[in-house]
Design a protein around this ligand. Structure first.
Ligand code: FAD
Ligand code: FES
Length: 277
């Protein structure tokens, strides 16, 4: 667990909303900073517990780079009580944040390796917290493939980032949608249809996956066909959470607490957890 020194894992700290963008009908991106001035100090793949007074708390992933210390960002889909209330906030609003919590994608272990980074839908925001530092230090890594699938073109998040990442040397961004429309000239089909375009040095390849539960099984099948080692595959698993700190049992799969032992798991370990994938 990685709450910053001096902060409590149980007590929300006040943050101020610096700015909000709405890239899609359901999602908004919130940029915030702690009123204390402390940096969040997160690693790629970690999450925070966001709380609004009188409403409650929910886990939300960090989508900004760990290298950014002046603020941090979260992408929030409006699905229920807390996220609906968040969507009504305007710059200057204050709310509570605990964290960061959870395990991280092992960016140092990935150094020098080819990377396949696979996101589905709202899985792109947490993966962005890994992609940004990789892109910011591009020469540390081999080839990078970013595979992103959205339900429709209207639901594509971080369009400008995807375009910019595709311009980076030795980097390929492949996108697909389940259903195209008149604006879409690209690939139509699930994210696994993009794997035919991936050419990596398999023994030296690491993979990170974040997406809806159904996606994992099929991506894992593609990786098995390619021959990528299970130890090199990392995935973020989401479970209903309450405390975020291993106390309440809400997030438990078998004897594993997803909030503390995850959300990022190595597939060679996660595959033994029943119901995990
Ligand atoms: C580690 C982690 C990271 C996450 N990161 C993000 C993120 O970056 N962005 C984001 O938007 N979301 C993220 N989520 C999901 C988010 O925490 C949930 O959607 C949260 O429930 C939203 O809270 P709410 O009060 O707005 O919605 P809720 O009121 O909790 O409702 C959310 C949805 O769940 C249903 N629901 C409510 N209670 C239950 C129940 N007991 N059992 C089954 N279904 C129920 C509701 O009908 C609704 O469809 C993350 C979750 C985890 C665990
Ligand atoms: S959310 Fe309480 S134990 Fe994980």
């Amino acid at each position: 667990m990685a709450a910053a020194a001096g902060s409590s894992i149980y007590l929300p700290e006040s943050v101020t909303l610096l700015g909000v963008e709405q890239p899609t009908e359901l999602e908004k991106v919130f940029r915030v900073k702690f009123d204390s001035g402390r940096p969040l100090g997160h690693g790629p793949g970690q999450f925070v517990q966001v709380s609004l007074f009188g409403i409650g708390e929910a886990p939300i992933s960090i989508c900004s780079s760990p290298c950014e210390t002046d603020y941090f960002e979260m992408t929030v889909r409006n699905v229920g009580m807390l996220t609906n209330a968040m969507h009504k906030l305007t710059p200057g609003a204050k709310f509570g944040v605990r964290g960061p919590f959870g395990t991280t994608f092992p960016i140092d272990e990935m150094e020098g390796k080819d990377l396949i980074l696979v996101a589905g839908g709202i899985g792109l925001p947490p993966l962005r917290s890994l992609i940004l530092p990789v892109m910011g230090d591009r020469e540390r890594f081999g080839k990078v493939y970013i595979l992103f699938g959205a339900k429709s073109p209207k639901e594509i998040l971080f369009r400008e980032d995807l375009a910019a990442w595709g311009q980076a040397p030795n980097t390929t961004v492949l996108q697909t949608v389940d259903r195209g429309d008149e604006t879409w000239g690209g690939n139509v089909g699930v994210v696994t249809t993009l794997f035919s375009q991936v050419q990596v040095d398999v023994p030296n390849t690491y993979v990170a996956i974040v997406g809806p539960p159904i996606m994992y099984k099929f991506v894992i099948m593609e990786l098995a066909k390619l021959g990528v080692a299970n130890e090199h595959v990392f995935m973020s698993l989401e479970r209903r959470m309450k405390c975020g700190v291993g106390k309440c049992g809400h997030c438990q799969i078998n004897n594993v607490c997803v909030c503390m032992d995850g959300p990022v798991f190595r597939y060679s370990e996660a595959r033994h957890m029943t119901e995990a994938i």
